[in-house]
Design a protein around this ligand. Structure first.
Ligand code: DQA
Length: 157
């Protein structure tokens, strides 16, 4: 099983950027923790960050047939990008959206979320720990999918 983690604009500046919202952890540290969980669980993991909308769309499309689940923080594109939403919808993979800050307690323009309706789940406001929760959630989804497939096989036999 393979998880692709997709990080949107300005998340490469975590640790430096607006610590009152995002805390002191760097993106590399968050990814190292996620990698540990993946290794312990025997799951493959890939990380991708871009500041460009089209590159994020390309990466989501690449996941089709290649990945089993997507963990995504589209950052500011959450509030504007129909293209990212359509890409997630198109690949139709289990997807978990993460926001480090609680976007619903911030400016009004952050209340609008175009991405959540095409995701399996959204984790908002847990700080960087939200990525760990997303890993646990994705592993649970994989277990449920596996159990469903095995039950179908048994029914067919
Ligand atoms: C964010 C919230 C977005 O509104 C913001 O543009 C980000 C980060 C978060 O993780 O809290 O860049 O996605």
């Amino acid at each position: 099983m393979k998880i692709v983690v997709i990080q949107g604009p300005n998340l490469n500046m975590l640790g430096t950027r607006e610590q009152q919202f995002y805390g002191p952890m760097k993106l590399e540290q968050i990814h190292a923790q996620m990698k540990d969980v993946a290794t312990q669980s025997g799951v493959e993991i890939e990380f991708f960050q871009s500041n460009l909308e089209g590159e994020l769309v390309d990466k989501i499309q690449e996941c089709y047939g290649e990945a089993d689940g997507i963990i995504i923080n589209p950052a500011a594109y959450t509030h504007t990008s129909i293209a990212i939403r359509d890409a997630l919808s198109a690949v139709s993979l289990p997807a978990i959206e993460v926001h480090i800050s609680n976007t619903y307690r911030r400016e009004e323009f952050r209340q609008k979320n175009l991405i959540a309706p095409v995701c399996t789940s959204s984790l908002v406001g847990f700080g960087p720990f939200g990525y760990h929760l997303a890993m646990v959630g994705m592993l649970q989804l994989f277990n449920e999918i596996k159990a469903m497939q095995e039950a179908q096989k048994t029914q067919q036999a």
